[in-house]
Design a protein around this ligand. Structure first.
Ligand code: 13P
Ligand code: SF4
Length: 339
């Protein structure tokens, strides 16, 4: 382990980046929310990318922080009858598909995802009809309707294993929507994959050349990359994985300094679990940087304590999924959970 002086020294030298702080919430705020959650038989489930204050509140009130797959599982298995999902809409829909008898609320239903937006059901359905010989595998970052059209749903934590399994059965794959994740899975499995042309507006901004330079400045750093990133960025990774897989890797004792290529909200948990380690954001945007290169998902950013305040009173923040869509979306989701 690095000693304190070494860490302070190293941070002075290398870290000028503004990483999310480990939140200390006001005890009165925690108590107020504990009472409200008890009164409504509700639980708060947060993704690693949302405001650290919401993550801290989820932890402090007996809720959960996790990746998209774990959030849906936790919601299904928790006895609360109301699930409050702090994340993006597809996460709320996955929770509803698995827990139809629970009320699923979100701070705002406007929080969506560029992958979900890039894959409207009508176009996607036509694409599937045109390639009826292929097994349809979709990423969890899709609408309930797109899931209902699929044979399999996967998240980044199990995508490679599931496609490997399908390949071994001799199946050809139609993959949507993330082309970068699709390329990565293809490179790992050698499967025959036809890819939809979607991408994550956050992860696609990571830049390989700038990452090479940062690696050269920090040859002792381990590079962790989410597979929604471009292939040349993934090629520089020591570990590629879902948010939870990256978090687990960051805890390995031999990794003391880490360069991380994923949404910056993840640093809340990483720093909390490993306060003695040095974390660096992977560079994004390069010289043409815009506000889209801040490594912060604008839709995840719509979740805030202020918006949570009206979560039980708002008229338009409940996730509803038509029953026929839900039943059809449940099949590929259950297939993944059983895998
Ligand atoms: P995870 O499934 O790894 O949580 O990722 C979800 C996501 O939206 C990544 O950008
Ligand atoms: Fe979607 Fe990217 Fe935001 Fe994740 S980070 S929710 S993939 S836009």
């Amino acid at each position: 382990m690095l000693n304190n002086q070494a860490i302070v020294q190293a941070k002075k030298q290398v870290i000028t980046q503004d990483l999310p702080a480990i939140e200390q919430l006001d005890p009165a705020l925690i108590e107020r929310w504990q009472q409200l959650f008890a009164q409504h038989n509700a639980v708060l489930i947060a993704h690693y990318y949302v405001d650290p204050k919401l993550q801290a509140l989820a932890e402090a009130t007996g809720g959960f922080i996790g990746d998209s797959l774990e959030m849906a599982r936790f919601g299904r298995d928790n006895p609360a009858t109301t699930l409050i999902i702090a994340g993006v809409k597809f996460m709320g829909e996955s929770a509803k598909i698995l827990s139809p008898n629970k009320r699923v609320l979100m701070p705002t239903l406007e929080a969506t995802c560029s992958l979900d937006i890039s894959c409207p059901i009508d176009e996607f359905s036509k694409f599937c009809d045109g390639h009826a010989d292929r097994t349809v595998v979709v990423y969890a970052n899709t609408s309930a309707a797109v899931k209902a059209r699929a044979d399999w749903v996967v998240t980044s934590s199990c995508a490679v294993d599931i496609i490997q399994h399908l390949k071994e059965k001799g199946e050809k794959i139609l993959w949507a929507p993330d082309k970068y994740l699709g390329n990565y899975i293809q490179s790992q499995t050698g499967a025959d994959m036809l890819l939809w042309d979607g991408s994550c507006i956050v992860h696609e901004t990571f830049k390989a050349n700038a990452l090479k330079n940062l690696k050269a400045q920090h040859p002792d750093a381990t590079v962790l990359v989410h597979p929604e990133s471009p292939m040349d960025v993934i090629a520089l990774a020591d570990v590629v994985g879902s948010t939870t897989q990256l978090l687990k890797a960051s805890q390995r004792p031999e990794f003391k300094k880490l360069i991380v290529a994923t949404e910056r909200g993840i640093f809340y948990k990483m720093q909390q679990i490993s306060p003695d380690k040095i974390f660096l954001q992977a560079p994004s945007g390069g010289q043409g940087a815009t506000c889209q290169s801040c490594i912060h998902c604008p839709w995840m950013g719509m979740n805030s304590l202020e918006r949570l305040d009206s979560v039980f009173d708002s008229a338009d923040n409940e996730i509803l999924v038509a029953e026929n869509v839900r039943i059809n979306a449940l099949k590929p989701l259950d297939r993944m959970l059983a895998f």
